[in-house]
Design a protein around this ligand. Sequence first.
Ligand SMILES: C[S@@+](CC[C@H](N)C(=O)[O-])C[C@H]1O[C@@H](n2cnc3c(N)ncnc32)[C@H](O)[C@@H]1O
Length: 445
Amino acid sequence: MSTLTSILACPRCGISLDKFHCKACQLEFPIIEDIPWLFADPDAARTDWRNRWNLALADLNSRLSQAKTALAGCSSTAKPRLNTLVTGYEKQIHAIRELLAGLALGPAADLTTYLALKTRLPPQAELFSYDANVFRDWCWGDTENLLSLEAIIDILDGVKPRRILTLGSGAGRLSYDLHQHLNPELSVAVDMNPLLATVARRLAAGDKVDLVEFPRAPVDGASVAISRSLYAPEKASAGFEVVLADAMRPPFQPGSFDLVVTPWLLDVIDASPAEFIKGLNPLLRPGGLWIHHGSLAFTHADPAQCPDLAELQELNRECGFGEQQSSEITGPYLDSPVSRHARRETLVTLRATKISDCGELPRYQALPDWLAKGRAPIPLLPAFQTQAMTTRIHAFIMTLVDGQRSLQDIASVLEEQQLMPKADAEVAIRGFLIKMFEEALQRGR
Ligand SMILES: C[S@@+](CC[C@H](N)C(=O)[O-])C[C@H]1O[C@@H](n2cnc3c(N)ncnc32)[C@H](O)[C@@H]1O
């Protein structure tokens, strides 16, 4: 890791690290399974991911017992499918326990506790958020993987970067392919998800990983759970590193890279495009390249934060980037051979050359002490008051759900309690229960 350690900076205070130690913050960053955990608060991140890991395991266990119950009462036609599912869940539980054993697991609480305690990493980032990408990367996705590699090699147009950073590298295939193809002295694959990073690390080291694929829309009963043995075409050549970190607090000294690649990250990351681009600019040396690759499918509530390609290029110019080129190609996305579902995407590959710095980014706002340390009183913010009221009403509605009352009965109770006129209450309760019902369906309960 010597080239890597020479460019590391503390994700908290920004000063160069001494190996994996920050003298100023008096903080030692852990290395688990050969992967440095370079989050600003590595212990909190570890606890947080341990919770999500336990949540994922509790969820798998609950699916397993549902599948067992279904198997016990099923017809002979359904038996092979349900048997496959039961075996699939059992294997996956075993595989996930083993893969992330390094998280130093504590005793597992029950599922509801973990659901309630989802912590500060983006709430949508669950352990299995991008599980299909793992199989695309390392099993059946040659067409898609090659499409991405070729799009990037084409737009590089002969440029041979010495140091490459991939932010949001997921299970790592594109980062690995670029490394093997371009032969740089260093490639760093950064993601915040330890499952994906562990898969990337192990496969790049030449190991095999066994996982079960559960396709969203299995083509037949035998495909509900497919055991996959994942491996890389060859061990990654020297200089390939995997790091766990937040892309919005990248743990690297300024100017460390000649190329930063962000595949399918710009439009999913929990930051505005301007914040994101301003955050990655300092990582590049002058003349270095940023390549965005993937869709432009922003989902920010604020439409100003959902730029099209032309707006994105304008934003890049404001953020210290000069010459820009782009290409587009349409192809399959997550097209598993055992699923009836796949996406078709028109991918944008945008190359932008850094010509100047773009000014200091405001330091990431630390959590206030009442949250971080937990001893000071929690302030009664107006948003908390509103939330407390809605939570009380929701809790009240749920207590009225007793298997006897109808939606209209509950609306009458709300009117009697002078909370809302009955007609309004009916609409509000329906909306709330639709949400609850859909969540229950999604979780299969
Ligand atoms: C849409 S997936 C794409 C993954 C990978 N590039 C691929 O194409 O398969 C987005 C990835 O970004 C990662 N990610 C999202 N926000 C991140 C952040 N703040 N820091 C690091 N990784 C992040 C997710 O964990 C996920 O692996």
